[in-house]
Structure formats: C-alpha cells, structure tokens
Write a protein that binds this ligand. Structure first.
Ligand SMILES: NC(=O)c1ccc[n+]([C@@H]2O[C@H](COP(=O)([O-])OP(=O)(O)OC[C@H]3O[C@@H](n4cnc5c(N)ncnc54)[C@H](OP(=O)(O)O)[C@@H]3O)[C@@H](O)[C@H]2O)c1
Length: 376
C-alpha cells in the first residue's frame, strides 16, 4: 500500500452524506488518530443530478461503483447504499479484491453475514460494521473486542427506534395511524415502515449480534418475530396503569444446542432501562460469564450517529493498514447454528394483558456451560 490510503464511498444519502462531510472536514483529526493519510478517490451514487448537501464539491461523484472499487489505489470501501442486491454485489467485489470494507448495512449482514465473513477471511480483508446495529452505540466492539476473552451467554434490548417512537406516542394518546404518521414526519419512520413495525429490522440486528456474541451463523429468517401494528391503544393504556410500558424487545440466550431468540412486543416495568426511550434511543443488555451484565444505551439511528460509528471503524481500519495486521476475531468463521428456538413462549403473562410476555432480566441469566460443547 502507498503511504496514503485510498478511500471509496458508496452511497451519499442520509448516512453517506454525513460520512462524506466528516471525511472532508475532520481530515486532520482522523489522520492524527489513525496515523495515516487518506484520499477520498470517489463517491458512487445512483443519480448524478440529485442535489447533495453543501460542502461536498471537492469530492468526485460517479455512477460506476464497480470501477471505483476496481481502482487499484483503493484500500478501503465504505458501503452506505443499503439493501441486499447492489450492496451485496459491491461488497463481495471489494472483499474479492482484498479491500477493507466498512458497512452500515444490517440487512446485508443479517442475510449474508456468514458468507461475507468467510470471504473476508479467505481474502485476508477486514470487514467492519459497527454502524450496522444500534447506530452510535459501540455494541459490536463490545461483543467483538472488549468481551472477546469472555463467554457471552445472552443479550437483549430495544433496538428499533421507530417502534419505540410509535409506542410512546400511543402512550400519550395517539392511535396507531397517528403515531406512525408522527414518526414519519419526524424522520423516525420510513415511508414504507413495514420492516420496522413488523419486527424484521430488529430481527436483522439480533441475528447480527448473535453472530458476534455466540459465534453462530444465525441468519434473521430463522428468528421468530412479531411486530407492533396490531397493538391497541387501550392495551397500551392498560399497561401504563399496571406500571408497564409495551416495548419491542429482541432477546437471545445461547444454549448447548444453539440458541433461543425472538423479537416481540413485551411488557416492561416503567422504571426498567428498556422502557426509558421515546424515539431513536436504543438499549442493549449483554450478559457475559465473567463480566456479568453490561447495559449500553444511546442514539440508535440517524445520519450523524451512524456516521460516528462508521468513522470509528475507519480510524481502526486505517490503523490496521498502517500496521499491516488484522483482527482475527472480525473475520473468524462462524459455527453452524444448530437450532434457534423461540424465546418468549415460556415467559410469564400478566393476567390482565395475557397477550404480552412480561420482561424479566433474570431470564438472561440462565446458566449455560459452554466449555465442553462441540462448537465452542
Ligand atoms: N438512516 C439511518 O438512520 C441508518 C442508521 C443505521 C444504519 N443505516 C444503514 O445505512 C445504509 C444507508 O442508509 P441511508 O438511510 O443513508 O440510505 P439512503 O438515504 O437511501 O441512501 C442510499 C444511497 O445509496 C446510493 N445508491 C443506491 N444504489 C446505488 C448503486 N447501485 N450504486 C451507487 N450508489 C447507490 C443512493 O444514490 P442516490 O442518492 O443517487 O439515490 C444514495 O445516495 C443502509 O444500509 C441502512 O440500513 C441507516
């Protein structure tokens, strides 16, 4: 590699535009922290005529993402396109060519993560994705680096801000359609909110976190999920009177023969950390054998928090390029997930709201000794 790292940015939408601004305007700080200079060699977009935020004129835009990736001067590819079609092809292409890849794309990792990690390992390329789950909250690093010497037995959290925004608006008296329209007006929900409100987005994040926490090749279609669209305002009001909030909770516990995992609306005590957010805040509780329980919370979405996580990955990647070594944990092969059983079926129910399981942190403390299992 030349002493200047070549960077390609794919996508310049909500997230990519923030990344582009940071790459241009925070250059001194990023280079100082990483110990290496970089050049942004191009930004791939779909529509060259679309107006972009001010201050990006110094960047060279192109519609040809493939040629940008193939530029031999490219060392790092930052993928901010989204989806699993074009993004998959381009990320595979970059890894095939040994480029370090940074992505914010949870759909891609939850669907093709095991394959991409294996490809990265074969090519000796790094693949980082801190932004793909829970925005600015460094949960990927927690699982992949800080707890790499521990044994993670369970994790759970509130990882979809759209659902939290809708449910908390319904607590204030809105009905579902009003709450959804309000979340869309504030930018918390997409025009087509189905991935969020049906629990798919949370299942994608849970699959990705399970891959890291448990070392299992879990893909999100195997995780049972139910969403929030069928919850009535009166159920939310009743829950409040009983001292609960209803929150979309994603939870997983590792077991000897696989894991239990599920995404569903559950009753959470009003004072519990899972009940505190009213919008894009995410909360994740991780239980490890030696570290015990750790709780992280913060901004789970939005252009700036997501860009923050991507830029953190960039600094780490640039340091790696400088030192020419890679973190083996990030590219290790995953073990097959033998069985992914539902999580919430055995939870207690409140007699006045029997439709919803009642959350209890001790459910994550089920002792699982993994020392002797075949895939540890
Ligand atoms: N938004 C958030 O808060 C958030 C939070 C965490 C993670 N993420 C993830 O970040 C990723 C990007 O999300 P976003 O909200 O920034 O999406 P977005 O606003 O829709 O931006 C997508 C960008 O990709 C470009 N693009 C699409 N297809 C392309 C192709 N084939 N070649 C080159 N460029 C292409 C688009 O170009 P044009 O601009 O020309 O159309 C656009 O600039 C997704 O994986 C998402 O899940 C987003």
């Amino acid at each position: 590699m030349d002493c200047t790292a070549g960077v390609a940015l794919l996508g310049c939408g909500t997230v990519g535009a923030h990344v582009a601004q940071r790459l241009l305007h925070d250059r001194d700080a990023i280079e100082r922290r990483s110990g290496i200079r970089y050049q942004v060699r191009g930004v791939a977009v779909r529509d060259l005529l679309k107006p972009r935020p001010e201050g990006l004129d110094a960047l060279s835009f192109t519609r040809d993402a493939r040629a940008l990736i193939d530029d031999p001067a490219i060392d790092v590819v930052i993928e901010c396109i989204g989806g699993t079609t074009d993004a998959m092809e381009l990320v595979e292409r970059a890894l095939e060519r040994g480029r370090a890849v940074i992505t914010a794309n949870k759909d891609l990792l939850a669907t093709h993560g095991p394959r991409l990690r294996a490809l990265a390992a074969v090519r000796g390329a790094s693949l980082r994705y801190e932004a793909a789950a829970c925005g600015a909250i460094p949960v990927i690093r927690l699982l992949d680096d800080a707890l790499a010497g521990d044994e993670i037995s369970a994790l759970a959290g509130v990882v979809n801000g759209t659902c939290t925004a809708i449910l908390s608006a319904m607590e204030s008296g809105a009905d579902y359609d009003e709450a959804l329209a309000g979340a869309q007006a504030r930018g918390y929900a997409e025009a087509d909110p189905s991935s969020d409100v049906d629990g798919d987005d949370a299942a994608h994040k849970l699959a990705l976190l399970m891959q890291l926490a448990f070392g299992l090749a879990v893909i999100s279609p195997r995780i049972r999920r139910s969403g929030i669209a069928q919850i009535a305002k009166r159920e939310i009001a009743r829950a409040r009177m009983l001292g609960y909030r209803i929150r979309l909770v994603a939870a997983a516990v590792r077991q000897r023969d696989g894991a239990r995992a599920e995404v569903a609306p559950v009753l959470v005590r009003a004072e519990h950390p899972f009940a505190q957010g009213a919008g894009p805040e995410n909360v994740v509780r991780v239980v490890a054998r030696d570290a015990g329980a750790l709780v992280l919370s913060g901004n789970g979405a939005g252009g700036a928090p997501t860009a923050s996580a991507i830029l953190g990955d960039l600094v780490t990647t640039l340091r790696t390029l400088r030192g020419r070594h890679d973190s083996p944990q990030r590219t290790q092969a995953l073990n097959a997930a033998l069985e992914i059983a539902p999580f919430f079926a055995e939870l207690a129910r409140h007699p006045e709201l029997p439709r919803f399981p009642v959350w209890d942190d001790t459910l994550l403390n089920a002792p699982v000794s993994l020392a002797s299992q075949a895939y540890s």
